[in-house]
Design a protein around this ligand. Sequence first.
Ligand code: HEM
Length: 532
Amino acid sequence: MPDFSLSSLRNENINLAVVAAAATAAVAATLTATAFYSFSETKDPNLKNLKEIPEPKEKYPFIGHLISLGNRPGKQVTKWHNELGPIFKLRMGAQTWIMVSDPYLAHELFFTRGSLASSRPAHGYLRDIYSAGGCGLTFTVTSKKWHRSRSAAMALLAPKSVDPLGQDMIEEADKLTKSLLEDTAKHGSVSPSDGLYLVSYNVIMTVCFGLRTESSDDPDFRSMVHYIHQHEIYGGVSGDVGSFLPILSLAAYISGTKKKQIDFVKKNRDEVFSKLMEKGINGDKDCFVKSLHEDKAKYGLEHQDILVLLSDIIVAGTDTTALTTTWLLAIIANRPDIQRKIQAEIDDFVAKNGRLPMYSDRESFPYLAATQKEGLRLRPITEFGVPHEASEDIDLRGYHVPKNSILIGSMDAMHTNPLRYARPEEFIPERFLSYPESMATLASGSIKKRDQYNFGWGRRLCPGIYMASSYVAETEMFYNMTRIFHRCNMEPPLDVDGKPIIVDIDAFIDHGITSSPVPYKMRFVPRSEALF
Ligand code: HEM
């Protein structure tokens, strides 16, 4: 997932200080700033009487709120929602961001008014280089070609295509559990994140190309991880300072950033994915690329459209599920009470059925399912989802949402609203026991019944939700969790005096659109109760 955060500015050669300095020097003149601020105001007389959306007062000439978001933008946005209400706007240099924290208002904007609120913003790297010519799904504007890519993804990521992968996922989960136990025995404790990343990568690579790798030392795996992370950096503010501060567009050419981005995409995406496609099409396994290749004409997609779509799916489907479980284990390491409840469900099932569960047995695991949802609620892996763009002016309950403004669901504020979730800072899986349906079912139904909002909205609702929620990722997470919990107790590592080191779940690493816990270790201790 790309990095829309300000912290990404620190990752690149064009850093925040440079942006701020250049901006201030360039526009000490308030006139220019005013010109920018009126850039997105409407001239339509019908919209004249609409209310102005409030904005935080911490704003600077020219750069607006760009630096006021600080190091934890999600938390700062929650603070502003508490002060200003469920909708406010930010001036991000030349861009206007509309932040929404109320789920009903977000539903009205992204679903009811979805025909006007589902495009994607301009971005020098994502739109002009990565998705050049409107290829792919995640970063293209809502065009006919986007519709065709989306239909292909929805058809191929649907349950019937993904169901047969159950056995592959069980094997991945068994290998992961074995390596966590062995590494703990060998080293005293282990970081679960590498293993979880490898499982997610293998599952998504099997889905797309029918390929997997044995070890996280595999050079192909390492280069894909590099590709995903660098793509996230280029996809952020640093990859396109010109969209925020047009005056700096030239800098990207002068510094050679544009050329670097073009070369990066050619070498790390086009060449690599062309080879993967060839292997997938000629391999023996049924996979996404094979079906797409056969049905190319039906979907109206060319080679490059398919290639970018596959890249979108690998990028979006690897980090997300791995990080979700990495957060969940970090939380659960400190909560033996929750581990025992999940283990009671598993032991009960195994005693009755003489086998470990399949995903189709999910109904026997309400507490496990509720724990997964509570993990996503307490630690949403994206602070702002993937931004949408208003393709026209919108009247949203009397508020004027200007054309071309960037529309964002404030994940942290939405998931920590005490009116929606009592005692929001506590980890309480029981709150989801009355929402037994899968997240995919609830996200596609009435807003009144939606359990959480991590998969975005409306026409852009994460198509991997079928994988992420009922199929691949939720299935993947289900198999990982049932196998790990059946065979292991998870305990914090011990210090030199044998005292437990508490896993810190309040510290974040902000990768941009996604965030992870700081690297942590745990002990995976074999359970004597495990029957298999
Ligand atoms: C826990 C796991 C996941 C989370 C939290 C997540 C979250 C999201 C979010 C917030 C969006 C943006 C929605 C919007 O614009 O309103 C999105 C889009 C997307 N996701 Fe996921 N995702 C997850 C897993 C996956 C998986 C497993 C796949 C692929 C198999 C995937 C593929 C995509 C794609 C292709 C898009 C772009 C859709 C479009 O723009 O039309 N995601 N996801």
